[in-house]
Design a protein around this ligand. Structure first.
Ligand SMILES: N[C@@H](CCC(=O)N[C@@H](CS)C(=O)NCC(=O)O)C(=O)O
Length: 216
C-alpha cells in the first residue's frame, strides 16, 4: 500500500474518472480526492498544467509519481497495489486480450461521447455517428460470445472501462436490447461492482451526464 494516500484529481461526472475511482475501490486503496471543476476551467490553472500539460482528469499523484490517462492509471494501480493479478493478468496472452479490449473501448465504444456530448450543447443527434456506434456495440456483442466478462471468465479492468461507457449509453437511452450478449454481461458486471460503490461512483453520474443532454 502507498505510504500516503494517492491523490486523485477528478471531476465526478467524467467517465474516465469514474473508471479510476471504481478500480481504486476494488483494490481497497485509500485515495485523497482533489476536485478539479473542469466546467469552470480549473484544469487550466498553472499548477495543474505544470503537473499534467494535457490538462485532463483523471490525474494521479502517487507520492510524487504523476500519471494521467485513465487506462494507464488503472493498469498501474493493479500492478503496483493489487493483491493478485486478477484485474490485469500477468500472463502475456491474457493481458493482451485485456489490452485489446481497453484499446477497443478507447477507440470505438467511448467515441459514443462524440455522438452525445455535442447534444449537451444543443446539437442534433448525428445519424452517421449513431450508425458507427451501433456497429461498435455489435463488435462488443461478438467479443462477449461464450465469455462471462469482456476478456474472459473473470472481471478485469477492461470490464470497468467498458461498463462505464455502456452505462453512459444506457442512461442516454441507447437501446442495446437486440445485442443478446450485452445485457447479461452488463448485469453481471454491475453486480460485481455494486459492493464497491457502483451506484454512487458511476450510475448516478452517468444519469447526471444524460440529464445534461435531456435538458437541452
Ligand atoms: N483518454 C483520457 C481522457 C481524459 C479527458 O479527456 N478527460 C476530460 C474529462 S472526461 C477532461 O479532463 N477534460 C478537460 C480538458 O481536456 O481540458 C482518459 O481516459 O483519461
Amino acid at each position: 500500500m502507498p505510504s500516503q494516500p494517492i491523490k486523485v484529481y477528478y471531476y465526478p461526472v467524467s467517465p474516465p474518472c469514474r473508471s479510476v475511482l471504481l478500480t481504486a475501490r476494488l483494490l481497497g486503496l485509500k485515495v485523497e480526492l482533489v476536485l478539479i471543476n473542469i466546467m469552470e476551467g480549473e484544469q487550466k490553472s498553472p499548477e495543474f498544467i505544470k503537473m499534467n500539460p494535457q490538462h485532463t482528469v483523471p490525474t494521479i499523484d502517487d507520492n510524487g509519481f504523476i500519471l494521467w490517462e485513465s487506462r494507464a492509471i488503472m493498469a498501474y494501480l493493479v500492478n503496483a497495489y493489487g493483491k493478485d493479478d486478477a484485474l490485469y493478468p500477468n500472463d502475456p496472452q491474457q493481458r493482451a486480450i485485456v489490452d485489446q479490449r481497453l484499446y477497443f473501448d478507447f477507440s470505438f465504444l467511448q467515441k459514443s461521447l462524440e455522438l452525445y456530448w455535442p447534444m449537451v450543447n444543443g446539437k442534433e443527434y448525428n445519424e452517421e455517428k449513431g450508425e458507427k456506434l451501433k456497429e461498435a456495440v455489435g463488435w462488443l456483442n461478438s467479443m462477449l460470445e461464450g465469455r462471462q466478462f469482456v476478456a474472459g471468465d473473470k472481471l478485469s479492468i477492461a470490464d470497468i472501462t467498458t461498463v462505464v461507457t455502456m452505462s453512459n449509453l444506457d442512461s442516454f437511452g441507447f437501446d442495446y436490447s437486440s445485442y443478446g450478449n450485452i445485457k447479461p454481461w452488463f448485469e453481471r458486471t454491475v453486480k460485481e461492482l455494486e459492493p464497491y460503490g457502483y451506484v454512487e461512483i458511476n450510475k448516478s453520474y452517468a444519469d447526471k451526464l444524460a440529464s445534461m443532454i435531456k435538458k437541452e
